[in-house]
Design a protein around this ligand. Sequence first.
Ligand SMILES: *Cc1c(COP(=O)(O)O)cnc(C)c1O
Length: 348
Amino acid sequence: MSPLVDLRSDTVTRPTAAMRAAMMAAPLGDDVFGDDPSVNALQDTIASMLGFEAALFMPTGTQSNFCGIVSHCQRGDEYIVGQMAHCYRWEGGGAAVLGSVQPQPLAHQEDGTLSLADIEASIKPDDAHFARTRLLALENTIGGRSLPVAYLEQATALARAHGLQTHLDGARLFNAAVAVAATTGQSPQHEGRHIASFFDSTSVCFSKGLGAPIGSALCGSREFIARAHRIRKMAGGGLRQAGLLAAAASHALEHHIDRLAHDHALITQLAAGLANLPGLKVATPHTNILFADLTGPAQHQITALVAHLQSRGILITGLYRLRFVTHLDVDAEGIERTITAMREFLAP
Ligand SMILES: *Cc1c(COP(=O)(O)O)cnc(C)c1O
């Protein structure tokens, strides 16, 4: 039996042998006392990599975004955010439910951006009728798309001109950075820092394409991170010998950023292999995520298709659209198997 090809998400990776070794070798303390050397080293590394004063290790990206939003906003404030953004749609409404911060969701444009005109129009006047608009939260990559750097600069400048803070949900920041680096010839590390430079705070996930088992980091000014630290404690995110996990994240930062380009190449390979199948409309491939839709007579067969792939040892998500995500446990052979299994179903 060939190994499973798990394309459901880039969160499914198992730590590599080298990562496990780094975890086992990590010096540990108690991070609630602030003396876990491996957590402190990770926080220093990610803050300086992305050009911030400070960073805080978080168990999840959801908690990182929550602490970020609530550290920027007071009760009764409002944040502007995309309709499909994780920190609006996919986090159980935490900022509103737990933080009393109201979202102002905006529709995305075709390329995943929020239009500057829409952002500007949604900023409320200072009037007793309205929540105070305090924050613009963007996501990059979004739906696998790397947002244009010029757009990030313009949108954050607009926010600043209106006195708003800016937060980047950069769960897949380094995928965005690798995509930009492919066009500029600079390093992904350089581009990651450049992308983050437009924002007051940035959240980044280690548990996605970077391949760590658990963890995210929230980055910002020292004062902002001190506020977030209290919120994290309140949310139950004060971890003890967290250096075990931080060591995995540090290993990922050192060894797993440049290789994201390989995941992107696999998505291009997959998109090309699926391009001419009948009953399938394949979206433009972006970074490590590919969407596709069934059309015509195949339209209502999404559940059957997902089951067919599963019977061939291939896992994808297919709630409304088919979604394929590559990561460090997927190789070119697994992609070829996926293309073959898709062809069996759609063009037998
Ligand atoms: C995965 C993800 C998060 C955080 O998810 P957790 O499962 O809570 O770690 C946040 N934002 C985006 C865009 C994500 O893809």
